[in-house]
Design a protein around this ligand. Sequence first.
Ligand SMILES: Nc1nc2c(ncn2[C@@H]2O[C@H](COP(=O)(O)OP(=O)(O)OP(=O)(O)O)[C@@H](O)[C@H]2O)c(=O)[nH]1
Length: 412
Amino acid sequence: MASTTPAQATSAPAAEQSTPAPSAAQATAKQPVAIVCVGMAGSGKTTFMQRINAYLHEKKDAPYVMNLDPAITHSPFQANIDIRDSVNYKKVMEEYKLGPNGGIMTSLNLFATKVDQVMNILEKRAAPDPANPAKKPISKILVDTPGQIEVFVWSASGTILLESLASSFPTVIAYIIDTPRCGSTSTFMSNMLYACSILYKMKLPMILVFNKADAKDPSFAKEWMTDYEAFQAALTEDENNNAFGGVEGEGGGSGYMGGLINSMSLMLEEFYAHLSVVGVSSLYGTGIDEFFEAVQDKAEEFKRDYQPELDRRREEREKNKEKQRERELAKMMNSMNMGEGGPSTSAFADIKADDDDEPAPILSSDEDDDDDDIDEDDREGLQARYEAAMEAQADSVTADASFAKYIHTQQR
Ligand SMILES: Nc1nc2c(ncn2[C@@H]2O[C@H](COP(=O)(O)OP(=O)(O)OP(=O)(O)O)[C@@H](O)[C@H]2O)c(=O)[nH]1
């Protein structure tokens, strides 16, 4: 299937047409790939991020790193854009009397109102710098997300951030799985169903990263995904070992669980066919070459299969732009429990980018976790910021609007 690009549909403003625009193929060829890492808490997501970051640095291909987890207290790698520089998670929890998950979601919502700034920074770094031709444009964007997957995957802000990314760059999801924790057919199936739900929610190409390969060889998982009979044999073994409950010594339980897993595995066959699967050890660095090969494949797949669908959705949204904008805004405000006018908060500041000529170091030497920095730097109310952002750039908050803007940017 040939990829269509928005460049074919809309013309750039006259003032910007003086230099010939690169062809769509040239433009996409130079685009960096965004790799969004998601995974359950403890799956090794942070260790994996650290490993691929180090790998790329070693290859002299320093990535641009974004941290979207506001709750981490220490990161083993330094991010170029860090949500913690703009949103004070602890203050958000205090001000809105939220628990940890509500705090993360609200922090992400606040951050999402600045998605335009983030995208401007990324696009700037993705293009050659005429003032400094020696400066290499980035070829990879690594995005770390909160361990509470559902907070990112199922929130309006998660959608806004992902769609904004995907509207400018080929974007792939790396779903990190704790291999030793899916040794039984039931835990394996639970993990696959979770991955499946993420794929359908995010609508982006996905790589399953079976991590901790040093602790358990993931070849069993690959076999279960490609050989139905091998999975059946493992399922029968689990049933006989009483893995699903039932009377001890007799095995099998009611047979309900076994039957359910069996039907699920049949249903998931189609889902497996669309995935790339790699086994890695983030601890020892094995499998990382294969991971980046899979990233390349999925980036091609993005351009071939997903981009047209994104373009179609963008066109649809353009038609309902205003309605959608109001809906997204109301959804975000509701989820923040802010009411229409929005709250005042000192917990929120502008996006900061650590964007020196020097790439971000692999290991962070910054031990300063002083939560009060943002408070001192910026006490402006969210209300004012929010309204200013809305007025200055009416497109800045909604997924469809930012989507359209960046698609437009891409066209130029
Ligand atoms: N054996 C082994 N352990 C690993 C590997 N990757 C991560 N771990 C360990 O798994 C534990 C969790 O790793 P993290 O990287 O903190 O996991 P996370 O998914 O970021 O966890 P949250 O920050 O809670 O979301 C740590 O003890 C790591 O040392 C691996 O490849 N092999």
